[in-house]
Design a protein around this ligand. Structure first.
Ligand code: PRP
Ligand code: URA
Length: 229
């Protein structure tokens, strides 16, 4: 029998993209859940649950840089110094529709976050993003922004969302892009759009196919979340 156990150093790792700007979340729980997500036999109910759970792990990593300030708190035992978050508030920006599947998970981590929506779909022929909706919090320019979308394929949708946010006054350093799967082509496109946007993904797959789907990927994320095919 073949031993399928991966040594810790055989798990997916960060390949060579701009220093520190692409984080592959190689946690064993994440990789296990991602495998079930990829499986064509996984139905919409479990698919949605897994997308939400993976979003929680991604949110955990993507908020690691948040600043803290010390405060005094009185426990039932005595007074002590402890820490609370300081700094800018958060906005979650899902790219419709599949990005909606990640919002609930991030809101569990950051319940006070505001949610903006960017509606984009890929033209099936050209694979270019087409905008159909955009509604962002009024103070978006003063917030840390987490763009969420399970798939980074050509990178056209993510790049368009980044450009919308920057046009609304959000600085590059305040934008983080959280995806579940990325193609190398998509990462490249985002880096070309803005090398200061940090990308978080559970895996970087091999490539895109002729229809600009990620290979091996997980199929059409929106259709699998909403059961539309
Ligand atoms: C998918 C996905 C991304 C986009 C990625 O959305 O959720 O938004 O494709 O592809 P790209 O990197 O080549 O732009 P889709 O356009 O299928 O719309 P949907 O979420 O409504 O299904
Ligand atoms: N959008 C998806 O949902 N899946 C892909 O593989 C590429 C784009």
């Amino acid at each position: 029998m073949t031993d399928k156990t991966l040594a810790a150093d055989a798990r997916p790792t960060n390949p060579t993209y701009p220093e520190g700007m692409v984080t592959v979340i190689d946690h064993p729980m994440v990789q296990h859940k991602l495998t079930i997500l990829r499986d064509e036999k996984t139905g919409p109910k479990q698919f949605r649950e897994l997308v939400k759970e993976l979003a929680i792990f991604e949110g955990y990593e993507a908020t690691r840089h948040f600043q803290l300030e010390s405060v005094t708190v009185k426990t039932p035992i005595r007074e002590t110094t402890a820490y609370t978050l300081k700094g800018r508030k958060v906005a979650i920006v899902p790219i419709l529709r599949a990005g909606l599947g990640m919002v609930e998970g991030i809101l569990e981590l950051i319940p006070a976050a505001r949610v903006g929506h960017v509606g984009l779909y890929r033209d099936p022929e050209t694979h270019q993003p087409v905008e159909y909706y955009c509604k962002l919090p009024e103070d978006i320019g003063a917030r840390e922004v987490l763009i969420v979308d399970p798939m980074l394929a050509t990178g056209g949708s993510a790049s368009a969302a980044i450009e919308f946010l920057k046009a609304e006054g959000v600085s590059s350093e305040s934008i983080r892009l959280l995806v579940i799967l990325a193609a190398p082509e998509g990462i490249q496109a985002v880096v070309e759009t803005d090398p200061q946007v940090h990308i978080y993904t559970c895996a970087i797959d091999e490539r895109l196919d002729d229809h600009a789907y990620i290979v091996p990927g997980l199929g059409d994320a929106g259709d699998r979340i909403f059961g539309t095919k």
